[in-house]
Design a protein around this ligand. Structure first.
Ligand SMILES: Cc1cc2nc3c(=O)[nH]c(=O)nc-3n(C[C@H](O)[C@H](O)[C@H](O)COP(=O)(O)O)c2cc1C
Length: 189
C-alpha cells in the first residue's frame, strides 16, 4: 500500500483533552483547554502539561507553581472548545461557560464542578522545550465523583465519558466500545 511521508510532527492520536485551572498572583482563577498532556511517572505520580509561554495560564502557573487537571465529559465539549480559543487575560471563562467551581483540598486553583475527575498538582520541574514549556506536576490529591466509579473503585468509562482529541484533524471524539482489558491475553481476570 502506498504511504505518504508528511513533515515530522508529534502526531500521536488521540490525546486527552483536559481543563487546567490555575490562579494568578492575586488568587484570581482561570482555566485553559490543553491537549498536550500526559502521564510521565507512576511513583511519585507525575503529569506533564505543555503550555506556550504566551498563554495567560502559563504566566499563572509559573508564578504560583500549582494547577488542577480537570477531566471533562462529552457534554462539556462546547465549553472545552471555548476555553481553548479565548484568553483569561481578556475574559472570565467561568462566566463564559457558566461552570461552577469548588475549592480544592490542597492547592489554591479551584475544581470545575461539572468534571468527574480532578488531579491537584504542584509543579516539580519546568522544562523549556521550544514552542512549549513542560510543567511536570506531582499529583498531591485526586478526587473522583462516586457516580463514575465501578463497584471495584475503578473509572467507568461509560459514565465518565471522556473527550478524545485528534491533533491531525483537530476534531473532538467520543470513545467507542471496550476491546479487552490489561493482561487478557494471559487469561488474567
Ligand atoms: C483542543 C485544544 C487543545 C489545546 N491544547 C493546548 C496545549 O496543549 N497547549 C497550549 O499551550 N495551548 C493549547 N490550546 C490553546 C489554549 O487553550 C488557548 O490558547 C487558550 O485561549 C489560552 O488561554 P489563556 O490565555 O487563558 O491561558 C488548546 C486549544 C484547544 C481548543
Amino acid at each position: 500500500m502506498a504511504r505518504k511521508s508528511l513533515s515530522p510532527s508529534p502526531l500521536l492520536y488521540p490525546t486527552p483533552v483536559v481543563l487546567v485551572t490555575c490562579v494568578d498572583g492575586k488568587g484570581q482563577p482561570n482555566m485553559i483547554t490543553l491537549a498536550w498532556v500526559g502521564v510521565v511517572n507512576s511513583d511519585p505520580p507525575l503529569i506533564g502539561i505543555s503550555i506556550r509561554p504566551e498563554r495567560y495560564s502559563h504566566h499563572c502557573i509559573e508564578e504560583t507553581k500549582e494547577f488542577v487537571v480537570n477531566l471533562p465529559s462529552v457534554e462539556m465539549v462546547r465549553g472545552v472548545d471555548a476555553c481553548g480559543v479565548v484568553s483569561g487575560k481578556e475574559i472570565n471563562k467561568f462566566d463564559l461557560t457558566g461552570w461552577a467551581t469548588a475549592p480544592a483540598e490542597k492547592v489554591t486553583p479551584p475544581l470545575i464542578e461539572a468534571c468527574p475527575v480532578h488531579l491537584e498538582c504542584v509543579v516539580k520541574q519546568t522544562l523549556f522545550l521550544g514552542s512549549h514549556d513542560l510543567f511536570l506536576g506531582e499529583v498531591i490529591a485526586l478526587h473522583v465523583k462516586e457516580e463514575v466509579l465501578t463497584e471495584k473503585g475503578r473509572i467507568d468509562m461509560l459514565k465518565a465519558l471522556p473527550i478524545a482529541f485528534s491533533p491531525g484533524s483537530r476534531e473532538y471524539w467520543s470513545l467507542g466500545s471496550v476491546l479487552g482489558h490489561y493482561g487478557f491475553t494471559k487469561g488474567k481476570p
